[in-house]
Design a protein around this ligand. Structure first.
Ligand SMILES: Cc1ncc(COP(=O)(O)O)c(C=O)c1O
Length: 408
């Protein structure tokens, strides 16, 4: 038996374990310190009451022979798929049909698994810094080449997003076939306007490329010129797959529910140039390798779209956005360059005085007892930045902000 040797090229996943190690060391030498964690990428607020109520009801149904459900449709139950189509697309005038929606257990799985239906010779572009799953799953498949000393993979095309280009990715100079775009962005918290996203849709159309659009943070959009879906851009249905998740929207990080839209108008090509429907391929992959999200969880996700559910979801998002505003304003008041935090729970801050990401991390931990995430952990272009998140409590956020006033 021979293993998939691509796995041996992957570096260990050190970022969060390195952070934990540093925090634990600090704790043991300063047991009295009240450490505030603004590094977490997980939500802290519980599921909305409407969701819990729907889950309880679904649990009872599972205990009654007349309402019990076994295997469901792999693509998701009609009640949830229809609620998604109505509330996330129709309401915005977007014509996405039920058979273009695939309910799943998470956008991490979907953005990772989508490569199953894509050829290994495709040239893959990622924005840098980036959500690491895109990079690692391409490395596993063999599309990334080898990891170089500069922290880049030899075959990936890196598109830097820094303050130098105002976090707006430039089109690649070389032709690329697959482009991962994540907006609102993790980790930078920045967004693209409709006009800026159109540039990419047009590029994909002109180069027969595919856009993998991750909008896991769509619920945090507050500004009117920021598209909620890539399908708001003309021509996107021919070139883009969209990933959405209930994780950050409604607190489903531990409950697990997401969905992916693969339009029927979207085609890929065989080596001989024949057009093939990606919807058909993904349907085949999904129904073969996945057996559906639990009924109870799909009922829970459906409840996010009820009148009560919508209000409760919004209240939680507003709570996190208020934290983001507080952090953002405090850092700005200290004269730091701050990005994100307006349409996003992430605040991306440029380190002061040219510090490295890790130096600034150490300063915040040792002097202010605040934990952030070093930007360089998200890719080479993240060096010189640090990510803070708005997922903490309001009390902790306010306390952290008091301490941030001491940044010298
Ligand atoms: C950009 C991005 N995509 C996807 C995910 C994963 O979402 P899910 O919980 O649906 O797997 C995350 C989670 O942190 C994320 O930041």
């Amino acid at each position: 038996m021979i293993i998939n040797e691509n796995y041996t090229k992957l570096p260990g996943s050190y970022l969060f374990s390195d952070i934990a190690k540093k925090v634990n060391e600090f704790k043991s030498s300063h047991p009295e310190a009240n450490i505030i964690r603004l590094g977490i990428g997980d939500v802290t607020k519980p599921l909305p009451p409407a969701v819990i109520e729907a889950m309880h009801k679904a649990v009872d149904e599972m205990g009654d022979a007349s309402t019990f459900r076994g295997y469901g449709p792999e693509q998701g139950y009609d009640f949830l798929v229809n609620a998604i189509v109505e509330n996330d697309y129709k309401i915005r005038g977007l014509d996405i049909t039920a058979d273009e929606v695939f309910v799943s257990d998470g956008s991490k799985s979907d953005t990772g698994n989508i490569g199953d239906i894509l050829g290994l010779d495709n040239v893959v572009a990622i924005t840098d810094p980036v959500y690491p799953v895109y990079v690692d799953t391409n490395a596993m498949a063999g599309r990334a080449g080898d990891l170089l000393a500069n922290g880049k993979w030899s075959k990936l095309v890196y598109i830097p997003c820094t303050d130098e280009n105002n976090f707006i990715p430039d089109l690649p100079k070389e032709k690329v076939d697959i482009i991962y775009l994540c907006y609102p962005n993790n980790p930078t918290g920045t967004t693209l306007t409709k006009a800026q996203l159109k540039v990419w849709v047009d590029y994909a159309a002109a180069h027969k490329a595919l856009i993998l659009f991750d909008s896991a943070y769509e619920a945090f959009i507050t500004e009117s010129d920021v598209p909620h879906s890539i399908y708001e851009i003309e021509g996107a249905k021919e070139v883009a797959i969209e990933f959405r998740s209930f994780s950050k929207t409604a607190g489903f990080t531990g409950t697990r529910c997401a969905y992916t839209v693969v339009p029927k108008a979207l085609t890929g090509y065989t080596k001989s140039g024949e057009k093939v429907s990606l919807n058909k391929l993904w349907n085949r992959r999904h129904t073969t390798k996945f057996n559906g999200v639990p009924y109870i969880i799909q009922r829970a996700a459906e409840a996010c779209y009820s009148e009560e559910g919508k209000k409760q979801v919004k209240a939680t998002i507003d709570y996190y956005l208020n934290n983001a505003k507080i952090i953002r304003e405090a850092l700005c008041a200290q004269g730091l360059n701050v990005y994100g935090g307006v349409n996003s729970p992430y605040i991306w801050v440029k380190t002061p005085k040219g510090m490295t990401s890790w130096n600034f991390f150490d300063y915040l931990l040792n002097e202010l007892n605040i934990v952030g995430t070093p930007g360089v952990g998200f890719g080479p272009s993240g060096e010189g930045y640090l990510r803070l998140t708005a997922f903490g409590t309001l009390e902790n956020t306010k306390e952290a902000v008091e301490r941030l006033k001491k940044i010298s």
